[in-house]
Design a binder for this molecule. Structure first.
Ligand code: PRP
Length: 171
């Protein structure tokens, strides 16, 4: 399928540095736990965590949709939990993209029920066209209206995650 670069690797890296500066400043003197939502987040997560100038801990969580259509069914389940106890911790939930908002809302609600000290949300791409549930994003990389995006962790049927740029797929 034809691909067109939407956000170059240079723009991504520059934005990651900006986000890391903001987070490092906001959490000065603290040691937040960054929780990545698998799988697509891995490249962004690694770049972000290594760009922080404060100490942090990391862990991962994974949700999966069930039913044939996530956007209309809204049924999400936890398939891999964090291993670090989150009670009393400052959490930053990190995802590569928020689309309908269902995944992040489900996971944040789940994590908040465990009495962390605080929970903030960091997302590289805020894709707005299909939003069903509002998500209070604290650290946003790029806002994109629409398009099927691949690369830098984003996939189409598990393909293209390895691309260093974020591209739009043209059917
Ligand atoms: C993608 C993405 C987000 C979620 C966003 O993950 O990484 O976690 O979908 O969609 P939503 O806002 O509509 O819930 P996906 O479940 O496709 O798994 P992946 O990260 O392994 O690609």
């Amino acid at each position: 399928m034809e691909k067109k670069v939407l956000i170059s690797r240079h723009e991504i890296q520059s934005k990651v540095k900006d986000l890391a500066r903001q987070i490092s400043s906001d959490y000065a003197g603290k040691e937040p736990v960054l929780i990545g939502i698998l799988n697509g987040v891995v490249f962004f997560f690694a770049d972000l965590v290594m760009s922080l100038s404060i100490p942090s801990k990391i862990d991962f969580i994974r949700a999966s949709s069930y039913g044939s259509n996530k956007a209309s069914s809204g049924m999400i389940k936890l398939v891999k939990d964090v291993e670090i106890p989150v009670k009393g911790q400052d959490l930053i939930v990190v995802d590569d993209i928020v689309d309908t908002g269902l995944t992040l809302n489900y996971l944040v609600k789940n994590l908040k029920s465990r009495e962390p000290a605080s929970v903030k949300i960091c997302v590289l791409i805020d894709k707005t066209e299909r939003r069903e549930q509002e998500v209070a994003i604290d650290y946003r990389g790029f806002k994109v209206q629409e398009g099927f995006l691949v690369g830098y962790g984003l996939d189409y049927a598990e393909q293209y995650r390895y691309l260093p740029d974020i591209c739009v797929l043209k059917g």
